[in-house]
Design a protein around this ligand. Structure first.
Ligand code: BES
Ligand code: ZN
Length: 458
């Protein structure tokens, strides 16, 4: 299908207004992890609701014990037409460290076709694409070929604590035939992509305590077990020499993806050296026997995310620390279960912990992995819409990151999920100088607008 001229004309005529609106949304520092930004997060929720109302949807802001969930609804296509649920998140990651940004994170700026701002690609820009594609249909044609629900949450970046419960509680109102999400990246510039897998997550804090206070490392060192060394020893037991996670039972539920999946991955245009250069790491490393993409998409991990103990200031201070702490997260693959991984982690740490310290493992948050067979009309519609907007057939890719709610939607609502991301590799999500390609915004608007036409043709 080609781009419908009337919708295309709407995007062209409204280009400046749309950019101003996206800038307005990006200016709101809706950092879900920081309570001092709670009012901003609430303001972003209201902004999304108001904007959906202006587009012609009925929008409601639902308070939760955390940040609000916005639901937009348009049911003008009638009971016999399919219903599509669009999900996105209006919360963002903290912007720190601020001094590494070339322009302030909440003052959107376009340089070189890139729109820089915290949340530009993850996920406000991508949510905005969906909101405006719906608006185009409703403003230009006064109707949509399908019924639409929009669910925008404000806790994705902190684990989506209240979303699954919300979907359960509103399962009847949220009943739908398909879920569409743009919160991921394309495989490469100009190469539209549909995701077929996401990893899950099990995130832990490990606290080691030894003496009741910090001690003089000369007067006590050698006679009192050092919590920092004990933690290092615990962490060192988590992998074997082949880069495999050495927590007993860790791989019991890991599914083998089979030769076809590995062949499909090999067929993608991927260059190890370019990937390495992007990271700045001296060499790539991981589990023996798997390629880089296989390691990221189909193998689970256990990684230290943060470490804290003792004296870390300037110069030397001779001290034996009383405490040590590590943040450790496991990315999970089908059919690993975050709660089971938690039990295995607890048992493992208890077993390997040296005498002379106490250690606790606290589970912080988690989410299930997801993998789908991309069969059926939803994926055909997605493929055609992306091909129309980007002039190229989409590739099927995997992802190492997590969107825990994807599995919840599938499980609770029984609907297939289409993940079509408009980000690009290297867009600095969660990092300083996050950006989204303006060309991808332009094409994304067209792709989603066409997607509705395609879904209506079902
Ligand atoms: N948009 C990302 C998910 C993602 C990451 C998609 C990388 C594609 C590539 C999402 O906002 C995110 O960061 N998710 C968290 C989930 C966690 C907080 C439960 C993640 O993956 O760390
Ligand atoms: Zn994110």
């Amino acid at each position: 299908m080609t781009l419908p001229p009337d919708l295309d004309a709407f995007f062209v005529a409204n280009d400046a207004r749309l950019r101003d609106e996206l800038f307005d949304l990006l200016r709101i520092p809706s950092v879900s992890a920081r309570s001092e930004h709670n009012a901003d997060t609430a303001r972003a929720a209201q902004w999304v609701a108001d904007n959906l109302s202006n587009a012609g949807l009925r929008a409601t802001v639902h308070p939760t014990a955390g940040h609000p969930i916005v639901v937009g609804e348009w049911r003008g296509a009638g009971a016999s037409a399919p219903t599509v649920l669009v999900y996105g998140h209006y919360d963002v990651q903290p912007a720190e460290p601020l001094d590494l940004w070339d322009s302030p994170p909440f003052e959107p700026a376009i340089r070189d076709g890139k729109l820089f701002a915290r949340g530009s690609v993850d996920d406000k820009g991508q949510l905005f694409i969906h909101m405006k594609a719906l608006e185009a249909h409703l403003k230009v044609r006064g109707t949509l070929p399908v019924n639409v629900l929009v669910v925008a949450e404000g806790e994705e970046e902190v684990g989506s604590d209240h979303l699954a419960g919300f979907i359960e509680a509103h399962r009847d109102e949220l009943t739908c035939d398909a879920v569409v999400i743009s919160d991921s990246a394309m495989f490469a510039p100009g190469l539209p992509s549909i995701l077929s897998s996401l990893r899950g997550l099990a995130y832990f804090q490990i606290d080691v305590t030894g003496p009741t206070t910090d001690l003089h490392s000369g007067s006590y060192g050698g006679a009192v077990v050092n919590p920092a060394m004990a933690l290092a020893r615990i962490l060192a037991t988590m992998h074997d020499a082949n880069g495999r996670v050495a927590i007993p039972g860790f791989y019991d539920k890991v599914r083998d993806w089979g030769e076809k999946a590995r062949r499909d991955i090999r067929a993608l245009p991927f260059d190890d050296e370019r990937f390495r250069a992007e990271t700045g790491a001296p060499i790539l490393g991981g589990e023996t026997g798997y390629s880089t993409l296989e390691r990221i998409w189909m193998r689970p991990t256990c990684e230290v995310n943060g470490l804290l103990s003792g004296y870390t200031g300037e110069g030397a201070k001779t001290v034996l620390p009383s405490k040590a702490m590590a943040k450790v997260s496991c990315r999970l693959v089908p059919d690993q279960d975050p709660r089971e991984i938690e039990r295995l982690m607890q048992a493992h740490v208890a077993r390997v912990a040296p005498d002379g310290i106490t250690v606790t493992v606290t589970a912080l948050h988690g989410g299930r992995p997801w993998r789908a067979e991309l069969d059926g009309p939803l994926y055909d519609a997605g493929r055609r819409a992306l091909a129309a907007a980007f002039g190229k057939e989409p590739v099927i890719t995997g992802e190492g990151g997590s969107i825990p709610v994807v599995g919840d939607f599938e499980r609770i609502l029984g609907a297939p999920v289409l993940l079509m991301g408009f980000g690009l590799p290297g867009e600095n999500a969660h990092a300083p100088n996050e950006w989204i390609s303006m060309d991808n915004v332009t094409r994304g608007l067209r792709a989603v607008a066409v997607l509705y036409e395609e879904l209506g043709n079902r």
